[in-house]
Design a protein around this ligand. Structure first.
Ligand code: ADP
Ligand code: GLC
Length: 474
């Protein structure tokens, strides 16, 4: 029997994107169809973020939040995707934040309830048919409780990032419409007196996955469990790590239209032209002897870019150039802005979210820096590798699982790992990459290994298919 699986997510490429989860939900279902799973996606329609065509209405109904009805329309977007159209919730300039509504405005619980109730009602009425609903991150953590309450499809819940838990005041629980006797308690939604959507997802789903085996092993420990390690330990074998892949058609330097010049592992010669274009775009000196260190990132505590900021004087002494494309934390961005003023032509800062600049940085950088304090999987380092930027990363989560260290003797491995997310440890790792840089044969061996590494979704999709079978036969 072909399992019918609906993925439900607040983000999905090409309809919306804040981080890697959007890439995953955009690519995994197609890979699943490739291994015989009937996988589809339900995600919001954000008219301000997605300007493409949308298709026919496949359903329309009210969802009740608290004591108010909200009209929802389900719109087809291609053969495998349905969009939830609810303008009050989703006609916004951003997926999670709404800068137009001012400081302190937060109705994210309302928005994610609209998505989850749309799914619930669509399953109840048979508008969407599922054997399994696959929920992504805290914003869909109530849905496993809904389908359980309804005797509906089985559920799988994937943790992309435990740092965002969807914690709201307990006084908002009634908005879910669930019985508090059954669902509000320590073994359900309740989290230190508040309401935690992440915890609900963990405790109500039939199976919980996260996006790398190393992260799955880390988060059951108090240092990395973000307060939920107890609940996670309690899952035992029902917590499984499955590494993400990448969309190798979308992220292919040989065919990428966002790159000024194509190149690939068999002929990386034109990468140097991309590097020149990146230098030009960011005002860096045209100095090919200088290794160009790149970063593309959300700028948050997780990503550890402050560590790079603090070793910039050292990197300058070593003759490197540095480019950051990022948006987020103003104080960290200011640090790089200051550095760009202090070392003109050697440090470049690109602020904001820009898909085509991201491709240019991956394609132009010689080395890609990712000093994450924790990293559930990380896609950026995989894009960087495919685009010939050698990763220097911390030995955390998915970075540990996707970046085998380069070994000079055997010539194997793809990058450099820092044992700790400290400035000192990370500096040591970058230093090693900078030592390899002038040893051209070794450096290009490492780069070729990185570019040839297989990050296809196929193996992970097969693993999910196996897990779906287990859930259905349990
Ligand atoms: P996370 O999801 O934690 O942000 P990932 O490495 O999984 O980390 O995914 C990040 C994704 O977001 C990548 O596709 C990366 O290219 C993209 N990205 C991050 N910052 C920017 C930016 N400023 N502009 C364009 N793309 C960005
Ligand atoms: C989260 C994590 C990142 C992961 C992505 C996709 O945003 O921070 O490590 O790659 O989700 O699973």
């Amino acid at each position: 029997m072909t399992a019918r699986v609906w993925h439900v997510s607040m983000e999905c490429v090409p309809f919306s994107k804040v981080g890697g989860m959007a890439d995953v939900v955009g690519a995994l279902p197609a890979a699943l169809r490739g291994v015989g799973v009937d996988a589809r996606v339900l995600t919001p329609y954000y008219p301000q973020l997605y300007r493409g065509e949308v298709g026919a209405e496949v359903g329309a109904f009210d969802v009740w939040i608290g004591d108010a009805p909200h009209r929802v329309r389900l719109l087809e977007a291609g053969p495998h995707t349905v969009l939830v159209d609810q303008p009050t919730a989703f006609d916004r300039p951003g997926v999670y934040d709404d800068p137009t509504r001012g400081e302190g405005f937060d109705d994210s619980l309302f928005r994610c309830l609209v998505l989850q109730l749309a799914a619930r009602v669509a399953f109840q009425r048979g508008i969407l048919e599922a054997d399994i609903v696959h929920c992504h991150d805290n914003h869909t953590g109530i849905l496993p409780a809904y389908v359980k309450d309804d005797g509906g499809p089985k559920s799988v819940f994937t943790i992309h990032n435990l740092a965002y838990q969807g914690v709201y005041g307990a006084d908002q629980f009634w908005l879910t419409g669930l019985s508090s006797d059954r669902f509000y308690g320590h073994s359900a939604f309740e989290y230190y007196g508040d309401l935690s959507l992440m915890k609900s997802g963990l405790l109500h789903a039939d199976l919980v996955t996260t996006v790398s085996p190393s992260y799955a092993a880390e988060i059951v420990r108090p240092e990395f469990g973000q307060g939920l390690d107890g609940a996670l330990r309690g899952l035992g074998e029902r917590l499984v790590g499955v590494i993400n892949g990448i969309d190798t058609d979308l992220w292919n330097p040989a065919t990428d239209e966002l790159l000024p010049f194509p190149f690939d592992a068999s002929d990386p010669s034109r990468k140097a032209d991309v590097t020149r274009a990146l230098r030009e775009r960011t005002g860096l000196n045209d100095d090919p002897a200088s290794p160009l260190l790149g970063m593309v990132s959300r700028v948050t505590h997780q990503k550890g870019l402050d560590l790079v900021g603090s070793i910039l004087p050292h990197l300058m002494r070593r003759g490197a150039q540095v480019v950051l494309l990022g948006s987020g934390d103003a104080s960290i961005l200011d640090l790089f802005r200051g550095a760009a003023g202090r070392w003109p032509g050697r440090v470049g800062l690109l602020t904001g979210y820009d898909e085509s600049l991201a491709h240019l940085v991956y394609g132009g950088a010689d080395v890609f820096l990712m000093p994450s304090r924790f990293e559930p999987c990380g896609l950026s380092q995989m894009y960087a590798m495919r685009y010939g930027a050698v990763p220097v990363v911390t030995k955390m989560g998915g970075l540990n699982d996707t970046v085998p260290p380069f070994d000079e003797k055997s010539g194997e491995g793809v990058g450099v790992l820092a044992d700790w997310a400290t400035a000192e440890s990370f500096q040591g790792a970058v230093d090693y990459a900078l030592d390899l840089w002038p040893r051209k044969r070794l450096f290009s061996q490492m780069r070729t290994n990185a570019m040839k590494r297989d990050f296809d979704w196929e193996r992970s999709a097969a693993r999910y298919a196996e897990l779906y079978e287990q859930v259905l036969s349990a």
